[in-house]
Design a protein around this ligand. Structure first.
Ligand code: BTN
Length: 324
């Protein structure tokens, strides 16, 4: 455990801790304690500093824990087969698992981080990942034989997350093609699927899920409307429980795909299509294409009606545009 984590484990006990007491525990000067407190602030933790009383965490913090993740779901047998690792800090859970996959890590390896310094989003964007308030989770899955319609896999993973959220009784979740999770038009989470091996035979995928749970609006400058689960439910939420639900649903769907293919998940995806039959623009690099969104085909491609003709697109970023 490094000094920052030791400091956090003291603060997490709750209440105020004076700089002097923290310094005594950690063998540090008060100035060094202050520097480490600042370090915690830099990774996204909010800490109150009250003269005469000391420091305390502004919000209670539930750290992720593999055993609590496993125990949080009723069907823990499925999760028992997974290896679940929690890290305080990683560059990116996807990057970490892709590296482990190259070194031969088995299927069913899950990796979660409290903080990502270089969280990756789709299309080369950054995924802002403050400490301890959201879910940053990746799962490695190996296929002996690549499923047919492999391109539709990211959409099936989105269906898994919608199912998991359904268990929290959250309504109005929709999916923006291919796999952005929206709540009433605001982004709640995103999925980055990265692949290795041979897409026509033995291959592996890393499904990376970022889900906003406790992040609050003043905390982050993000360039699109977004929302957190706690803003939706206004009730206490356990990140361990949500991690358990997400892992259970993804694992279940990946096992089923191996046996039965992807078809049924595409039908389910269509029920949650945020932009069905609406005027959209599709950005592909420098290119901007306008049309009416007509859902997806059986390979998960976007169908756009352009001047009365349906065209298919397998990549890009869609957004709504005002009706003409
Ligand atoms: C998107 O752009 O919408 C996809 C975001 C995916 C973020 C998750 S967080 C866990 C995993 N690790 C990463 O670096 N990215 C994914």
């Amino acid at each position: 455990m490094n000094t920052r984590h030791k400091l956090l484990s003291l603060l997490i006990q709750g209440g105020f801790h004076s700089g002097e007491a923290l310094g005594r525990h950690l063998g540090l000067s008060r100035a060094a304690v202050w520097r480490h407190i600042q370090g915690l602030g830099e990774v996204g933790l909010s800490i109150d500093r009250v003269p005469g009383r000391g420091y305390r965490l502004t919000n209670t913090l539930e750290l992720l824990c593999p055993d609590r993740i496993r125990q949080s779901v009723s069907d823990d047998a499925t999760l028992q087969a997974l290896t679940i690792n929690v890290h305080h800090e990683l560059e990116s859970t996807n990057q970490h698992l892709l590296r482990l996959a190259q070194q031969g890590a088995p299927s069913g390896h899950a990796c979660l981080a409290e903080y990502q310094s270089h969280g990756r989003g789709r299309r080369g964007r950054q995924w802002i990942s403050p400490f301890g308030c959201n879910l940053y989770l990746s799962l490695l899955w190996r296929f002996n034989e690549a499923p047919t319609r492999l391109g539709a896999l990211p959409l099936a993973v989105a269906v898994a997350i919608v199912r998991a959220l359904g268990q929290l009784d959250i309504d109005d979740i929709q999916i923006k093609w291919p796999n952005d999770l929206l709540w009433r038009g605001r982004k709640l989470g995103g999925i980055l699927l990265e692949m290795g091996g041979d897409p026509t035979s033995a291959c592996h995928i890393v499904s990376g899920i970022g889900l906003n749970i406790h992040m609050d609006q003043k905390q982050q400058a993000i360039d699109q409307p977004w929302v957190s689960l706690s803003q939706i439910t206004r009730q206490p939420l356990s990140r361990n429980h949500i991690a358990g639900l997400v892992l259970l649903e993804i694992t279940t769907i990946l096992q089923q795909i191996e046996q039965h293919g992807l078809g049924q998940y595409l039908s389910e995806w269509r029920q949650f299509d945020a932009f069905a039959d609406r005027p959209v623009k599709l950005l592909r690099g420098e290119q901007e294409i306008t049309g009416i969104s007509r859902g997806i085909d059986d390979d998960g491609n976007l169908l756009l009606e352009i001047n009365g003709t349906i065209e298919r697109f397998h990549s890009g970023e869609i957004s709504l545009r005002p009706a003409p």
